[in-house]
Design a protein around this ligand. Structure first.
Ligand code: PEP
Length: 252
């Protein structure tokens, strides 16, 4: 199975209904006019917009995902959303362990792993995020930190069909500072090697490893040309139809 590039948009906590619907319909309209798209597209809107976005992109092939999920199926968890609810609403994917969740909500590798396992149990693809801080990079700990987070956060039962890894250096998220293609490829290659050891060559060869951190319409081509970069998890640039479409046209 050849790896097919995935452009995943993380809208974070942005957009009221009119904004989200305009974005979703704009993307869907352009995507529908493309007969031979080389890149898969996913959008992850805020929870309250998911249903409407699912309707707005229907028939375009654009997939919809959640930005987080709870680790259990249901119960007394005020304010939380389960992976089963996301699946029921039309989602195919869910992001887990984004650095903003790790930082703002104290999510550990164990929590991220449990959330990813809930995603798999619900029939969703888990997008498992990892990444080092600037302090960790400056201290020469980049590879160690990412190795530890990968092995600690990967769900049991991970396959190339149900799990995607997203390498997102924290210092590059929303800062306009992008990892160079070489910096990103170095980490991605290490991650691929770890996946071989953990899951076997076949699964590791097929599993998508996305890069995230200020990917935009200008730098996407160079990043996506790297051997082990299989797509992007994109924040700011995914909020503009033209930029996100340009990224989706940047596959090598
Ligand atoms: C992200 O939200 O995962 C992200 C990478 O954001 P940005 O593209 O804005 O840096």
């Amino acid at each position: 199975m050849a790896r097919r590039i995935l452009a995943a948009g993380n809208w974070k906590m942005n957009g009221l209904q009119a904004d989200g619907l305009a974005l979703a319909s704009g993307l869907a309209a352009q995507r529908k006019s493309e007969s031979n798209a080389k890149v898969d597209m996913l959008v992850c809107p805020p929870f309250v917009l998911i249903s409407k976005v699912v309707d707005a992109v229907a028939g375009s092939g654009i997939m919809v995902g959640g930005q987080d999920c709870h680790m259990t199926e249901k119960g007394a968890h005020t304010g939380d959303t389960s992976a089963w609810m996301l699946k029921d609403t039309g989602c195919t994917h869910v992001i887990v362990g984004h650095s903003e969740r790790r930082t703002n909500h104290g999510e550990t590798d164990d929590v991220v792993k449990a959330k990813a396992e809930a995603a798999l149990a619900a029939g969703l693809v888990a997008i498992v995020c990892i990444g080092e801080t600037l302090e960790e990079r400056d201290a020469g700990k980049t590879l160690d930190v990412n190795r530890r987070q990968l092995l600690g956060s990967l769900p049991d039962g991970a396959t190339a069909a149900n799990t995607v890894v997203a390498y997102e250096p924290v210092w590059a998220i929303g800062t306009g500072r992008t990892a160079t293609p070489e910096q990103a490829q170095e980490v991605h290659a290490m991650l691929r090697g770890e996946l071989v050891g953990k899951l076997g060559q076949g699964i590791a060869d097929d599993m998508l490893i996305l890069y995230g951190g200020s990917m935009n319409a200008k730098n996407a081509k160079e990043l996506l040309a790297q051997t082990d970069i299989d797509g992007g998890l994109i924040g700011g640039a995914a909020l503009k139809v033209d930029d996100f479409m340009t990224i989706s046209h940047s596959a090598p």
